[in-house]
Design a protein. Structure first.
Length: 262
């Protein structure tokens, strides 16, 4: 049997589903790491204090250092003679969490529920600012030069469908054999006053895919590459002229927006 920090999974008899939001600027990502402050680590500590013992905690997806979330979903499984009062757990855990992390919703879920395996789609939003902002610098990527938004929107529409994203994939040490094939159900750029929102949804994403797509779309918008260049990358054809890794958008503008379950 598999263990969770010394406790057998079979011993857990209660499950809660959480919707979590966080400002990732001060954290080394979602997933727990040794000698690093992570969102999951802070959440586990608070949950174990309130629920009174070890828990199984799993998120629907991972976010890198500096990436934020509005709708991360997680499950927590624990042992108790009867279910905890949901409103009490929500209030108590939020009081113990740092200011940058908050549980938006907390509900009882079936013991079989799995936040990651049961998810059918994940959605990210990248925020690009087209002017200097005094208040939201930590949550956008400010592009000072004019952008050809129409060209970016046309390229974003091409992302929908099944593609080999190996040109946009960073090597993930935790998943060295991960396939670079992804089916994207939605990809669009919305203009919202002085902001561009690149919204993308898929069943899963390869490491740094969204930030690298954003960086290449910006290069296209600046006129530094062509749509033909973008299409070549989308077909998985590498080109030494196109340094996608160097164009990776900063983590500050990326938000894990929502998770959908069938």
């Amino acid at each position: 049997m598999q263990h969770v920090r010394g406790k057998l999974k079979s011993e857990f008899n209660q499950c809660l589903r959480l919707t979590v939001e966080y400002d990732g600027g001060k954290y080394s990502g979602w997933a727990e790491q040794r000698n690093a402050r992570t969102v999951m680590g802070e959440l586990r500590t608070a949950l174990e204090q309130v629920l009174g013992g070890k828990v199984e905690l799993v998120g629907a997806g991972r976010t890198d250092a500096g990436v934020h979330a509005r709708g991360q979903v997680a499950h927590v499984k624990y042992s108790a003679a009867k279910p905890a009062v949901e409103a009490f757990v929500l209030t108590q855990v939020n009081q113990k969490l740092p200011a940058e992390i908050s549980i938006r919703k907390l509900h009882k879920a079936p013991l079989a529920f799995h936040a990651r395996h049961d998810a059918s789609e994940r959605e990210y939003v990248y925020q690009i600012a087209t002017r200097k902002t005094a208040f939201e610098k930590r949550y956008v990527w400010w592009i000072k030069e004019p952008l050809n938004v129409a060209a970016m929107q046309a390229a974003a529409a091409l992302i929908v469908g099944r593609h080999d994203f190996k040109c946009f994939q960073a090597q993930d040490p935790g998943r060295p054999n991960e396939s670079s094939i992804v089916v994207v159900s939605r990809a669009e750029i919305e203009v919202l006053e002085d902001r561009l929102l690149f919204r993308i949804a898929a069943s899963h994403f390869v490491w740094r895919m969204v930030r690298r797509l954003t960086g290449v779309l910006v290069k296209l918008g600046l006129g530094e590459i062509t749509q033909a260049d973008f299409e070549k990358l989308l077909e998985g054809k590498e080109d030494p002229r196109l340094d996608v890794a160097a164009w990776t958008a900063p983590s500050s503008g990326l938000f894990f927006e929502k998770v959908r379950y069938s």
